[in-house]
Write a new protein. Sequence first.
Length: 431
Amino acid sequence: MRLAAHASTLVLIGALSSTLAGGQAEARQAPTPAPPCRIGSVLQAAIDRGQIQGAVTIMSHDGRTVWRDVRGVDDGATSKPLDEDSIFRIFSMTKPVTAVAMMILYERGLWRPSDPLAQHLPELADRKVAVGFRPDGEPILETPRRQPTIGDVLTHTAGFAYGLSDADPYERLYRRADLFGADRSAFLARLSTLPLASEPGRAWRYSVGMDIEAALIERLSGQSLADFMKTEIFAPLGMKDTGFFVPTEASDRLAVLYAPGSDGRLNPFAGAPLGLKFDAPPVAPNGGGGLVATAPDYMRFAQMLLNGGSLDGVRILSPRTVRLMIGDHLPERFADQSFGVGNFRYRPGIGFAYNGAVVIDPTLAGDIVGRGTYFWDGAAGTWFWIDPENRIAFVGMIQRLGPPGGPAMQDLVRPVAYQPGCLAGEPTPAG
């Protein structure tokens, strides 16, 4: 009996010791607080280097805003600070919005990616392709193997150029045609006189495709691009400061646009890229770069896409349509090609969706984001991405034309944005 009691006592003592040891181990292994989010440090470093004047950034994770930050100045001369409701020229971040407008019409059965472009815009029938140039600069024309489709237009593979510079003879032809100084009818008439720069579906070239989409939207809907986007996208999503011009009463909120001088220092830029002044309703709203928006407005747009087409009970697109829009549409043969624009470079692991790029293999792309991340930038440095795999949306607004010398904001911010300190930020409702 004494032996049994002694054994029981030993078991009890052993259990108690084990419990105490376990408690001490748990105390030693208690989780440490997440490190602070370093997005602000990265942005502040860019400000301190003189690369940007300021930035407004917002990030959501799992439908909650985990990062919201305003830093730097709007006007360096007066030290006027940026504000969350500062209005930014988003330039090519207009393109994903135009893609959504197209997909709304797709859901109504008004077009298919395989439709010949001329089926809906007969002004652009019987395109010729320039296969070279004569000594006098005139293009040598041939009939392409096929005509452009709407799917080609949505992926910059239709063969059209843009005319943003005199960098090559194709761009020079488009630049001299003054495509953006006209109403929609004149735009189509002038474009109809220009050759394609490549065979449709055979090469990627940054192009007037999204302005062709603007013409398609107007033709198919019977509304102006501005009215269609307002009634179908901006008003339903509560994007109250997004549009193709800044009203007089809000003009003091339009952020100052900067560009680097010959010494690399940023100076206010007084020009009008693509003829865009944003001070009055445009004759032909620019589908490739004509919008202005605030960071909160664009975040509502990005969150809608991340949510599969809806926000706050309002549905803009179905989830299947969003997946079609943000999926890769480039054939395998494009894998060996090298192309890009601004800070975007096509490379292994990167594909092209409708009016924006998509990460199809993060490891190959050397990126921290999830597979299926859809992203794009604007000429003045604005940037955004949505990452369905990790349930993240990010919007960043600056106003700096460039490169050369401009920071690649997507590349700067993404590595720190995915760290625990940022994803575990103080939660507030997204959008």
